[in-house]
Write a protein that binds this ligand. Structure first.
Ligand code: CTP
Length: 403
């Protein structure tokens, strides 16, 4: 699919030997019909002159945080509002570290902080730097913030060595930017309610039961729905993740809190995507005082929590309702049963036996089940899974009139 013409892309170039490949990225994006502006760090300008990018983009290159005296515009604020996509290629270890920590000491990093546009990052560095725990932690941080990473790849490096850390091929960078750009705005005017994270139920003032969900899947759905233009409400149980930008965020802890928040937001929503790991049981009695240690042990008496997705599915009234099924055996029949019993339009089967699926990892292996159709998807990032679910929802809307 081609990129919508005149897609506004801010290309950030940081200071590595691969900076010259920014030229190929720029030309590739222009070939695809994008309107590209370029911002360079000071170090990038040591490797390649801004004039090159200025001539090719037909616009001045952004390099300075502080405008000339008498210029009333605050450059980074205006620049942050302009793009529909920010692409940093190449991204050095230093710029990645700054982004991961919210540092803003030059025009590029300041613009990143003041922009709500989706961000794609193509790292380029020596293998040892790439493998360093600090760099890995920073890259993970970016992924958690919803930034898309492209590469790096294995190959020849600036030092003459060969290894992991080489900037992804410019053609691949352009292709990934294009595939991200085709979805811009396709959810605008829609309200999407997402639940995510785990839930907790108290035993006494110091102990509770919970489950192993980290919230990554739900946060990915909320993030991508927002980036694709939807108004998004995220009802989240506990999750150690950064809140997605531009999303109305409602923090809950117990199942009854999640139920109340989800039911009230459901009224104004066009679709519900229920990724939250809702506890099926809670202690019958919550002790006011800490339960003392006892040589005979302790038997917990658990009662069933209400499955509020069933109730929401039953009164969806034209809304699309998507559920998740987490299974360890008989995945397909179990998921189909939940699809019917909970009156869902789509159920996303998550088979915990697959490697790269389930809790805590950034990838997932799922099957999309709708009626008699079951589409198994290959292992992909949770952001990509989120896109496939949202693609399905949009597809359904194009087939049925708006509620
Ligand atoms: N769900 C819910 N309320 C519950 C339990 C689950 O709303 N008390 C929702 C989940 O958010 C998910 C779907 O129902 O979208 C399926 O959850 P899952 O845990 O896979 O299944 P359960 O219905 O709980 O069945 P079981 O635990 O027996 O597999």
């Amino acid at each position: 699919m081609a990129m919508p013409s005149k897609t506004r892309i801010l290309l950030g170039i940081s200071g590595g030997i691969a900076a010259y490949k920014g030229v190929e990225v720029l030309r590739g994006l222009q070939r695809e019909g994008a309107e590209v502006r370029v911002a360079m760090t000071a170090a990038a300008q040591k490797f390649i002159q801004p004039l090159t990018f200025e001539a090719l983009s037909g616009h001045p290159v952004y390099t300075r945080l502080f405008p000339d005296a008498g210029d009333p515009d605050i450059v980074h604020v205006k620049l942050g509002e302009w793009p529909e996509l920010i692409l940093i290629a190449p991204a050095t270890a230093n710029v990645i570290a700054k982004m991961a920590n919210g540092l803003a000491d030059d025009l590029l990093t300041c613009t990143l902080l003041s922009s709500e546009a989706p961000v794609m990052v193509a790292p380029a560095m020596e293998t040892a730097m790439y493998r360093h725990p600090a760099a890995q932690r920073n890259l993970q941080r970016l992924a958690d913030m919803g930034y898309r990473l492209i590469g790096p790849e294995d190959g020849a490096l600036a030092s003459g060595r060969s290894g992991l850390g080489r900037l992804a091929d410019p053609e691949r960078i352009v292709a990934e930017a294009v595939s991200s750009a085709v979805t811009f705005g396709d959810l605008s005017g829609r309200k999407i309610l997402v639940t995510g994270g785990r839930t907790e139920e108290d035993i006494d003032p110091v102990r509770f039961i919970t489950n192993r969900s980290t919230g990554k899947m739900g946060y990915a759905v909320a993030r991508r729905a927002r980036q694709r233009g939807a108004d998004v409400v995220l009802v989240s149980g506990p999750a150690d993740l950064d809140q997605p930008a531009g999303v109305e965020f409602i923090r809950v802890r117990t199942v009854s809190e999640m139920r109340a928040a989800t039911e009230s937001a459901f009224e104004g929503a066009d679709a519900l995507v229920m990724t939250a790991a809702v506890l099926d049981f809670r202690p019958r009695v919550v002790s006011d005082a800490k339960i003392k240690k006892n040589a005979n042990g302790l038997t917990l008496d658990l009662v069933a929590n209400e499955d509020f997705l069933v109730g929401l599915g039953a009164r969806k009234n034209g809304r699309i309702v998507v559920g998740f099924a987490m299974e360890t055996e008989n995945g397909l029949p179990n998921a189909r049963k939940k699809l019917d019993e909970k009156h869902l339009d789509l159920i996303v089967l998550n088979d915990l036996n697959e490697s790269g699926a389930g809790f805590g990892v950034d990838t997932n292996v799922v099957t999309l089940i709708d009626g008699d159709e079951a589409e198994p998807l290959p292992k992909m990032s949770k952001l990509e899974v989120a896109d496939r679910i949202l693609d399905w929802v949009i597809d359904r809307w194009t087939q049925t009139p708006r509620p």
